[in-house]
Design a protein around this ligand. Structure first.
Ligand SMILES: O=C(O)c1ccc[n+]([C@@H]2O[C@H](COP(=O)([O-])O)[C@@H](O)[C@H]2O)c1
Ligand SMILES: Cc1cc2nc[nH]c2cc1C
Length: 347
C-alpha cells in the first residue's frame, strides 16, 4: 500500500531551467520562434530531463495487452481472439508498431497485462498477467481493487526496468479488443464528459454495432456511480490501461518523458493524471486519434497533440511517429549554430 502511495507522489516539474532553455532556443541560428512547437517540445524535454541538452537516443515502446469481459456483451466488432493473435504478431515483429519502431529506431517490448489465453510459453513476452482478462463491466466490476493496484504497480515496475536498461523515452502502446469501451467509460467519469460523447467506433462498427456498444456502456455506467480514479478503474477496467497508467507514473517519477498514443493511451494518461496531477507535465501527446471523443479527452488534460493523421490503430503507432519530432527538438538544442554568430558574419 505504501508503494502505491509512493507511485501517486509525482514531484512538480522543476521550472528552474525554463528561462535558460528559452534563451538557448531564441539564440539559435533562426528567426526567434521560427520552429514553432518544435521549440516548445525542446523546452518541455529540457525541463523533464533537467538539462539544456535533452536527448532521445534510446526510445522504448511498451505495448500492454489485455482482454475485456465487455466483449462478451458485444462492444467490439472484431473477435476477442484478435488480441492474442496480435500479441503473437507483435512478438514476431510483424505488427504496424514493429514496422514503425524500426523506422524511428525504437525498441519494442510486449507485455501480457491480462490476456485471457495462457501465454506462458511465449518467448520474448513480458509476463505480468494480473488476471485472464477483466470481468464484463456491464454486469459486475471489471476487476478487484487489489488487481487494480497490482496492475498499476506492475506498470511502474516495467518502466523502471526499461529505464534501468537505458531507455530515455517511454512510448506507451496497447492491444486489447474491447478496450475502446473501457476507455470511453474512464473518460466519461474522469474527464468527465457525457457518455455519448465518449463512445466511438473503436476498431470499427456497423451502425447496429455502435448502438449496441452505446447501450452496453450505458448499462455499465448505470451500475456504478464511481468518480474516484481508482474506483473508476476497478469498475470499468482494463488491465492494460491500468498498467499504462502505472508505467506513466513510474516514468514521471523517474523524470523520463512519456509519449502518449491515441484514445486508449490517453484514457490511461487521464487516469494517471487524476491519480497524480503533476504527471501531466511529463506527458507528450503524440496525435489526435480519429476515434470520436479523443479531441475532448485531450481538452480534459489540456493537451495539444503533435500530429493529426486520422489514425486509430493503437499499438503505440502514433506515439512512435512522434519520436522523430522529439529527436529533432533535441537536435535543435545540441546541433544548431548560434544566431549571434550568424548576425556577426552578416555585418
Ligand atoms: O489508439 C486509438 O486511438 C484507437 C482507437 C480505436 C481502436 N484502437 C485499437 O483497437 C482496439 C480497440 O477497439 P475495440 O473496437 O475492440 O474496442 C484496441 O486493440 C486498440 O489498440 C485504438
Ligand atoms: C487486426 C487488428 C490489429 C490491431 N492493433 C490494435 N488494435 C487492433 C485491432 C485489430 C482488429
Amino acid at each position: 500500500m505504501t508503494e502505491l502511495t509512493d507511485l501517486f507522489t509525482v514531484p512538480a516539474l522543476d521550472q528552474g531551467l525554463r528561462a535558460p532553455l528559452r534563451q538557448a532556443l531564441d539564440g539559435k541560428a533562426k528567426p526567434v520562434g521560427a520552429l514553432g512547437r518544435i521549440e516548445d517540445l525542446a523546452l518541455t524535454l529540457g525541463l523533464i530531463q533537467q538539462t539544456l541538452r535533452p536527448a532521445v537516443v534510446r526510445p522504448v515502446l511498451l505495448v500492454f495487452a489485455g482482454d475485456h469481459g465487455l466483449t462478451r456483451s458485444g462492444v467490439a466488432a472484431y473477435p476477442a481472439g484478435v488480441t492474442v493473435a496480435m500479441v503473437d504478431t507483435l512478438l514476431m515483429g510483424r505488427a504496424s508498431a514493429n514496422a514503425f519502431a524500426k523506422v524511428v529506431g525504437a525498441q519494442v517490448q510486449v507485455i501480457d497485462a491480462g490476456v485471457a489465453a495462457d501465454l506462458s510459453d511465449r518467448a520474448g513476452l513480458v509476463h505480468a498477467k494480473v488476471a485472464p482478462g477483466t470481468k464484463d463491466a456491464s454486469t459486475e466490476p471489471a476487476m478487484t481493487p487489489d488487481q487494480a493496484q497490482a496492475a498499476l504497480l506492475e506498470g511502474a515496475a516495467m518502466v523502471r526496468a526499461a529505464i534501468d536498461d537505458g531507455a530515455d523515452m517511454i512510448a506507451l502502446g496497447e492491444m486489447g479488443i474491447g478496450n475502446s469501451a473501457s476507455a470511453a467509460l474512464l473518460m466519461h467519469r474522469l474527464a468527465p464528459a457525457p457518455l455519448i460523447d465518449c463512445v466511438g467506433q473503436g476498431a470499427g462498427h456497423s451502425p447496429e454495432g455502435m448502438a449496441r456498444k452505446q447501450a452496453v456502456l450505458a448499462q455499465a455506467a448505470a451500475r456504478s456511480d464511481a468518480t474516484a480514479p481508482l474506483e473508476v478503474l476497478t469498475q470499468f477496467g482494463g488491465f492494460e490501461i491500468a498498467m499504462m497508467a502505472g508505467a506513466l507514473l513510474g516514468a514521471a517519477r523517474a523524470g523520463v518523458p512519456v509519449i502518449v498514443d491515441g484514445f486508449i493511451g490517453s484514457a490511461a494518461a487521464l487516469l494517471a493524471i487524476r491519480l497524480a496531477p503533476n504527471a501531466r507535465d511529463y506527458c507528450i501527446f503524440a496525435h489526435a486519434s480519429a476515434e470520436a471523443g479523443h479531441r475532448r479527452m485531450l481538452e480534459a488534460v489540456e493537451a495539444q497533440p503533435l500530429l493529426g493523421l486520422d489514425m486509430r490503430l493503437g499499438e503505440g503507432t502514433g506515439a512512435l511517429l512522434a519520436v522523430p519530432l522529439l529527436k529533432a527538438a533535441c537536435a535543435l538544442l545540441s546541433d544548431v549554430a548560434e544566431l549571434k554568430d550568424i548576425l556577426e558574419a552578416a555585418r
